[in-house]
Design a binder for this molecule. Structure first.
Ligand code: ZN
Ligand code: ZN
Length: 391
């Protein structure tokens, strides 16, 4: 029997439970920091299987600890639990029962895969060391990872390495993707207020029009990536919102812009941010407006550590075979708050294919592919038995 096949065989006997759990979570999605039902389900299951369970870490986060043998090696595995404010359009029988809320990013599957592994590892105990399972809330832009870290996650449950996994539509079902170094982008959120002097629409010479200034700012910002960033590097400057004015015959007092900036390394991130600030300030000034910029550094670049990535890739090859493993998977300009955890502890993030023809995550027709549940759970089992291999 090839290495790790015993894990798939064991999980296959409880496959029905795994599917039911995933679909139950899917039917009851909860937004960030409101994952009360989901975290109660997680805590109850872990307790039943013999884990030491800690709740309320990062508000609705749950940590389960399982010690086996005498080794002091420590491994942390992380899944996210939150859903999105999207109206579901999958037509599946287990569709969301919470109107306007949907598991459109597959965090239902991530939670179910880690629970499957938790059950297997507690029942079989073929590892030596300390296993910490992290079920985090609020991955979708609300800072759930930061909240858990602020609650002392890594001081209370120190780990030698941390791993996280996300499903990925477009990759063949059950294939695994790894990448050393930067894998997902940083994100900076900016709220810009341009202040002018409001007035009558027929007398612009007596007003200072922030709307015209805002339009010019939007156009000028398009030059940052095109003219300032090295063409071999990657950055995105998106103005996702521009709000100014209410009526055709009134020059507004204010214009508000909301920006999202992405980059794949720290220097490009700083350079992009500096250029964006400088263009906003000087453009505004040239139109006689004042500008204020509110900056929220939402996510750092997600950087996978070399040794941990190679270890994780090797386990992937042993589980699903070299043909189903990509060690050089594409970088994404999307962001992921596991990046905060990887800044504090070595580790790696990986993708598991959700199927080639599947809708992208955050689409109302997206659904986590239950066919990959076993592979994902078995991967966590295999990684644990390898990282915490008995002497
Ligand atoms: Zn998402
Ligand atoms: Zn996600």
């Amino acid at each position: 029997m090839p290495r790790h096949q015993h894990i798939l065989a064991w999980l296959n006997d409880v496959a029905g439970d795994l599917h039911a759990t995933r679909q139950d979570i899917h039917a009851h999605p909860e937004l960030g920091f409101e994952e009360n039902r989901t975290s109660a389900l997680v805590a109850r299951s872990l307790e039943e299987w013999g884990y030491e369970v800690h709740t309320g870490i990062g508000k609705t986060g749950v940590v389960g600890v399982l010690r086996n043998g005498s080794s002091t090696r420590r491994l942390g595995l992380r899944a996210d639990m939150d859903a999105l404010p999207i109206i579901e359009n999958t037509g599946v029988a287990y569709s969301s029962r919470h109107e306007g809320c949907m598991h459109a990013c597959g965090h239902d599957g991530h939670t179910a895969m880690l629970l499957g592994a938790a059950r297997y590892l507690a029942a079989t105990r073929q590892f030596d060391g300390i296993l910490t399972l992290i079920f985090q809330p609020a991955e979708e832009g609300q800072g759930g990872a930061e909240a858990m870290l602020a609650d002392g996650l890594l001081e209370r449950f120190p780990c030698d390495a941390l791993f996280g996994m996300h499903n990925m539509p477009g990759l063949p079902a059950g294939h695994l993707g790894f990448r050393e170094g930067p894998m997902m982008a940083s994100q900076d959120l900016l709220t810009v207020t341009l202040e002018g002097v409001g007035g009558h629409g027929s007398m612009p010479h007596l007003a200072v029009d922030p709307l015209v200034a805002a339009a010019s700012v939007v156009m000028a910002l398009q030059t940052v990536v095109a003219r300032n960033i090295d063409a071999q590097q990657a950055a995105v400057v998106t103005v996702g919102a521009l709000q100014a004015g209410e009526a055709a015959n009134v020059i507004p007092q204010q214009a508000i812009l909301r920006l999202s900036l992405r980059a794949l390394n720290a220097e490009v991130r700083v350079q992009t941010l500096d250029r964006v600030r400088s263009i906003i300030e000087s453009q505004a000034e040239s139109f006689g407006c004042t500008s204020t910029i509110e900056h929220r550094p939402a996510y750092p670049v997600l950087v996978n550590h070399a040794a941990e990535t190679e270890f994780a890739r090797q386990v992937g090859v042993e589980l699903v075979g070299a043909d189903a493993v990509d060690g050089n998977t594409a970088k994404l300009m999307g962001s992921e708050d596991f990046a905060w955890m990887l800044q504090r502890c070595p580790g790696a993030y990986l993708f598991i294919g959700n199927g080639v023809a599947q809708p992208m995550v955050h689409n109302p027709a997206y659904d986590f592919n239950d066919d990959i549940l076993l592979t994902g759970a078995a991967y966590w089992g295999a990684l644990t038995e390898s990282w915490l291999e008995p002497a």
